[in-house]
Design a protein around this ligand. Structure first.
Ligand SMILES: [Zn+2]
Length: 316
């Protein structure tokens, strides 16, 4: 049985999974890759968003039912929540670029939303996406973010909309949000299936859930193979368009959609993501950061996808 094998645990306190965290299938799961972890490199930055890739990952297995790739065994919830709470934050600039990309995705489905009141952003970071939506006339904005450092970096007006805590659907009024968003976060949570079911209960009839996550089958990730930055110690699962659609459809969403997106970032940020280790990249990134060329923003298909689905108007 590939799915219950605590012997392969690379870090103390790991727990074997007996069900797929996406679709709930009980396997049997097939081994994708053994864990690759260097405890000496488990730095503070390992749990920060948009950091340079470290090419470490958990032991990964594939679900035969929904093709989700997920960590098995997984580290303990306490250890990871503590790591996120303490993670450093060094990417406010990049967060603003990402938020603009995500706001354009919301623009595309805005006319399908029941109204513009009530938006919850899960994993909101320093809240730049909330700011984008406020500028577009959305109201009732709230973000949740477990890490203290990005919340501390939020502008004062945005800070008031952010709760520094992990997402828990019980903390919110059922059927109170027109839109719930979750960007570059689905890979990081322990139970993505539970998350999308929890969100479903919080949406108004006709409301939408929108997520952006990696697509492990996208060309950028296929070309890089195991050297892709998606193979990361922070990622507890990796979706494809198929496993993403299954995740939402199983939770009851309708008009479920998955498609690849173009991300827009400054050139120095793209350079930071290159899968080359060490000091030469650091000096390249630094000199690009100081040059006009390096600060120019370009859009690239970086292997991300948007997933969305709507809560049906009429509940069965
Ligand atoms: Zn599955």
């Amino acid at each position: 049985m590939a799915n219950v094998d605590p012997e392969h645990s690379a870090v103390a306190g790991h727990i074997a999974r007996s069900a797929c965290p996406g679709c709930g299938s009980d396997g049997p799961f097939s081994l994708h890759s053994e864990a690759k972890v260097d405890p000496k490199r488990l730095s503070e930055l390992t749990f920060a968003s948009r950091k340079a890739p470290e090419l470490m990952h958990h032991r990964l297995v594939t679900c035969p039912a929904c093709e989700l790739l997920f960590a098995n065994p997984i580290p303990s919830t306490d250890a990871v929540e503590h790591a996120y709470a303490e993670a450093s934050f060094d990417s406010a600039d990049e967060a603003r670029y990402a938020s603009r990309t995500y706001a354009l995705l919301v623009d595309r489905l805005r006319r399908s939303l029941p109204d513009s009141d009530g938006v919850l952003d899960i994993g909101t970071g320093e809240g730049s996406f909330l700011e984008e939506l406020e500028g577009r006339g959305f109201s009732g904005l709230v973000g949740v973010e477990p890490s203290a450092a990005p919340v501390g970096a939020a502008k004062p007006a945005v800070r008031a909309m952010i709760r520094q805590e992990p997402f828990d659907p019980r903390a919110f009024e059922p059927a109170s949000f027109a839109l719930v968003t979750c960007f570059q976060t689905l890979e990081h949570v322990f139970e993505p299936g539970a998350l999308v079911r929890g969100v479903f209960g919080l949406l108004k009839p006709g409301g939408a859930f929108v997520a952006v996550c990696h697509d492990r089958r996208a060309p950028a990730n296929r070309i890089l193979g195991r050297k892709s930055p998606i193979f990361d110690i922070e990622h507890l699962q990796l979706f494809s368009s198929g496993s993403g659609r299954t995740l939402l459809a199983q939770a009851g969403y309708e008009r479920v959609h998955a498609s690849r997106i173009i991300n827009r970032y400054p050139i120095h940020y793209w350079a930071k993501l290159l899968p080359v280790p060490g000091g030469r990249k650091a000096s390249l990134v630094e000199s690009l950061r100081r040059s006009a060329v390096g600060r120019a923003a370009v859009g690239l298909p970086a292997g991300n996808q948007v997933l969305f689905g709507f809560k049906p108007h009429a509940q069965p």
